[in-house]
Ligand binder design. Structure first.
Ligand SMILES: [Zn+2]
Length: 505
């Protein structure tokens, strides 16, 4: 009996111990509906202080707001980029610093379990004040509804004449897009950052050379599927109204001559097969940019894993493969552990007359669970003002976390469609060949329209703050595999560009 009760006590203690160590205060669940038709999320909340205020982890808050995030462990600051606005939290402080003003929380941001925790009050009270995001909170049910995102793919218009059927998509802001024509008699327009209402972007009855249009919302982009009639033979796509409108021009046979389309916005005109004509992107020379270097070590991970070493190792390997296997001239912005300014990197690429610019980086994040590959291409400036703010913020931050993004200030976006195509090829290839987790193709946050004159991407090859990724990134075999996947993607991209050029002859 005594032995039994002692055992029972031990079991009880064992079951209590881990919880007591990990939990620190009661937990509860917040039901979040993030808007734009997404599924409800269940998010854990905790009471971390003596008060009854609920806290959420910085990671969860970023996730539910689809916010970009930077964690500066040296000063314990978390920066969330919510819809283009930068909100800064500091562990131990009550302030939330926004672009236009600072608002105080009733409780400070806390540090727990390796990451910052933000009072729930931020979501229910402060977020709607600092941003245009509508929030409704029901404390009874602990339900939080984040307002619908306004659509930015707003209208579909189709005009048809004897020469052509023109389909236009009106955008509420400058968005990058690309047209996929790989399915027979379909043109699928992928709009990065596009938000649409599928019931509005639709056509159920044939009009000219278009049989039907359907659309759908995906995470991070919108898809518009244009089904073509049998007489449709060729098409061109371009941006109008300074990037605020997408034009698809579809033409029947017989063809006389199509006038060379004129670029009318930040996007240049691109025409794809069948019988395409296009701009000349000829991949003969690639500039590979190993991120960071010298005193700028970049992100650091476990056991002295340094970003600058990994980027250099992969860059060297990639250059070797491209030269030897694929006969593509490859030059590095830095061939050793030297410091190099960001301006010098793109200037160097311009001077070399490179056809592609590939910048290699590694990610780091305070949550060691974060892992995987992401590929960025640059996006057009929403406005000069936006770009200016981003630049100032970058300089003020003065931290290597943000340096990756300054880079894109220097790159212009005339090659945005090619960059998007390249980014997708690289991302798909890396995920398939290396088994690293797929975090998707993304657009860089900050941008201005001057600088490099070639398609450009930035690859975050994995998180050195994650033990699996760090192991892969420091392993020579894996580095080689990553380099091979990158080379394959570049070669695929070249083949595609060649095909377009062939078609235009
Ligand atoms: Zn970096």
């Amino acid at each position: 009996m005594r032995a039994l009760s002692r055992l029972a006590l031990r079991l009880l203690l064992l079951s209590l111990l881990p919880t007591a160590a990990a939990a620190q205060g009661p937990t509860s669940v917040l039901h979040v509906r993030p808007g734009d038709g997404q599924l409800e999320l269940q998010v854990e909340m905790r009471q971390l202080s003596d008060t009854e205020d609920w806290y959420l982890s910085g990671g969860e808050v970023a996730e539910m707001l689809q916010a970009g995030r930077f964690w500066r462990s040296d000063v314990r600051k978390l920066v969330l980029r919510v819809r283009g606005q930068r909100l800064t939290f500091t562990v131990g402080a009550r302030s939330v610093v926004g672009a236009s003003r600072t608002i105080l929380l009733h409780q400070p941001v806390l540090f727990h379990g390796g990451q910052p925790w933000i009072p729930l009050e931020f979501l229910t009270q402060i977020l709607p004040e600092l941003t245009d995001i509508a929030v409704r909170y029901d404390p009874e049910d602990q339900r939080l509804r984040i307002g619908e995102r306004p659509t930015n793919v707003q209208a579909l218009r189709i005009e048809s004449t004897a020469e052509a059927t023109e389909l236009r998509l009106d955008l509420g802001e400058v968005l990058a897009f690309r047209v996929d024509d790989s399915r027979v008699r379909h043109l699928v327009v992928k709009i990065y950052g596009g938000v649409l209402d599928p019931s509005r972007i639709a056509l159920s009855r044939p009009r000219g050379l278009v049989d039907a249009v359907t659309s759908r919302q995906e995470e991070g982009f919108a898809l518009v599927d244009v089904q073509l009639g049998e007489l449709a033979q060729r098409y061109s796509s371009s941006a109008e109204a300074e990037g605020r409108r997408i034009l698809l021009r579809i033409e029947p046979l017989p063809v006389t001559t199509i006038p060379e389309p004129q670029p009318r916005g930040p996007h240049l005109v691109q025409t794809l097969p069948p019988q395409a004509r296009s701009r000349r992107v000829d991949v003969r020379k690639v500039v590979i940019d190993p991120g960071h270097g010298g005193v700028d070590v970049g992100a650091t991970g476990r056991a002295d894993v340094r970003e600058k070493d990994i980027t250099l190792a992969v860059a060297r390997e990639l250059a070797r493969i491209l030269r030897e296997r694929d006969d593509i001239a490859a030059v590095l912005t830095r061939a050793d552990d030297s410091s190099l300014g960001l301006v010098e990197r793109t200037e160097y690429a311009n001077r070399e007359g490179a056809d592609l610019f590939v910048s290699l980086h590694c990610n780091a994040w305070f949550d060691p669970a974060a892992q995987g590959v992401e590929t960025y291409f640059l996006s057009p400036a929403k406005s000069e003002w936006d770009a200016d703010v981003a630049r100032k913020e970058n300089i003020a931050a003065g931290h290597s976390d943000d340096l990756d993004f300054i880079l894109w200030d220097l790159v212009q976006n005339a090659y945005i469609q090619e960059s998007a195509t390249l980014a997708e090829a690289v991302q798909a290839g890396l995920v398939e060949d290396t088994g690293l987790r797929d975090r998707g193709v993304k657009q860089a946050g900050f941008r201005v329209l001057v600088g490099a004159f070639m398609p450009a991407i930035l690859v975050e090859m994995g998180f050195i703050s994650n033990s699996d990724d760090a192991r892969a990134l420091t392993d020579r075999k894996q580095q080689r595999r990553i380099a091979r996947a990158l080379a394959d993607a570049i070669v695929d991209f070249r083949a595609r560009m060649d095909a377009i050029r062939e078609g235009s002859r």
